[in-house]
Design a protein around this ligand. Structure first.
Ligand code: ATP
Ligand code: MG
Ligand code: FE
Length: 339
């Protein structure tokens, strides 16, 4: 089967065609980085307008790249949440219109499920259940991925997401938007041991995350003016990695059924993070799986792939966009968690 995927939950407008053989037949991403850069972050109104302007020609171009027509696809999958509601609605309504016009089924995809299953698009041997570290702009969770649609949340952040911490650090250091890749680049030139920074929650028995205190410490160290931006970036990145490794180790110790340690989401593009997690997986004798960089940050191939995994299902054409949509609806809220 072949699925057309559409993604518009944040600031990338994207479309892709993926088949059951895990082939990405075509994919296009229109980034809005330039539009949001002057504001130092994503402006929802600007994002929604940009998605609306770009989505239709982008879908057409993606089909043309593959030499296909809508008739050739078996389903149309679109992100239906969570994310910025204006953008999500643009992608979802586009998918509904295409589904209605073509008579093909609509598959409403949870953006986080897209991230969670993206490693399976990249690696055909990855089997359930696997332990997933989902680190993105809005989330920092450890999930046991038991089966398609069965996600057990073992840990979450009590304040900031990890990508958010990278973005805020970039802002403090004047590195601009988007922040994660800029922090990683500058960190290569700095000393990760130069600045003493806290490792929030490290050593705690519950595998939850916290990054607000780390970010504030970066701000104070920056204001003190005694360290170079490169040393601050490197020390921040090292502290963040130490937290992630410690917290994930606790989660890994708590589940014996996982067949692999898997990382996904935008921050999974960070090479130092990948190297540290690969070592952690080896500690447990587990394979380590991380999608190629282009599948870590937001893209439509992962949404199309979630659609491939769900082929045979369909959602009603009045499916409402969901600004919030937890992967594990049974997960208990964590004390102190903002979201
Ligand atoms: P969510 O998926 O939680 O809804 P999102 O879709 O906005 O949030 P993603 O596109 O998955 O987030 O990830 C973007 C985040 O990843 C940003 O915070 C960005 O700074 C971070 N990021 C991207 N590349 C890197 C990198 N190389 N190192 C660290 N962080 C990175
Ligand atoms: Mg983006
Ligand atoms: Fe995302």
């Amino acid at each position: 089967g072949i699925v057309l995927g559409i993604e518009s939950s944040c600031d990338e407008t994207a479309a892709a065609l993926v088949d059951s053989e895990r082939r990405i037949l075509a994919q296009r991403i229109a980034s809005q980085d330039e539009a949001h850069r002057p504001y130092g972050g994503v402006v929802p109104e600007i994002a929604a307008r940009a998605h609306a302007e770009r989505i239709a020609p982008l879908v057409e171009a993606t089909l043309a790249d593959a030499g296909m027509a809508l008739d050739d696809v078996d389903a149309i999958a679109a992100t239906a949440g969570p994310g910025l509601i204006g953008g999500v609605m643009v992608g979802l309504v586009t998918a509904k219109a295409l589904a209605m016009a073509s008579g093909k089924p609509l598959i409403a995809v949870n953006h986080l499920e897209g991230h969670a299953l993206s490693p399976r698009l990249a690696d055909a041997t990855l089997a359930y259940p696997y332990l997933l570290l989902l680190v993105s702009g809005g989330h920092c969770q450890v999930l046991l991925v038991e089966a398609l649609g069965r996600y057990r949340r073992l840990a979450t952040t009590i304040d900031d997401a990890l990508g958010e911490a990278f973005d805020k650090t970039a802002k403090i250091l004047g590195l601009g938007y988007p922040g994660g890749p800029a922090v990683e680049r500058l960190a290569r030139e700095g000393n990760p041991r130069a600045v003493p920074l806290p490792r929030p929650l490290v050593g705690s028995g519950e595998p939850h995350f916290s990054f607000a205190g780390l970010k504030s410490a970066v701000l104070r160290a920056h204001q003190a003016g005694t360290h170079s931006a490169a040393d601050l970036a490197a020390s921040f990145q090292q502290a963040a990695i130490d937290c992630v490794v410690d917290r994930t180790r606790i989660a890994l110790s708590a589940v014996s059924s996982a067949t692999a340690l898997v990382v996904a989401g935008g921050v999974a593009a960070n090479q130092a993070m990948r190297a540290a997690l690969e070592q952690l997986a080896a500690e447990f004798g587990l394979p380590f799986v991380a999608p190629p960089l282009a599948l870590c940050t937001d893209n439509a191939a992962m949404i199309a792939w979630a659609g491939v995994e769900r082929l045979g299902q369909s959602d009603p054409l009045d499916f409402a966009a969901r600004p919030r949509w937890p992967l594990d609806p049974d997960a208990q809220p964590v004390r102190g968690a903002g979201v």
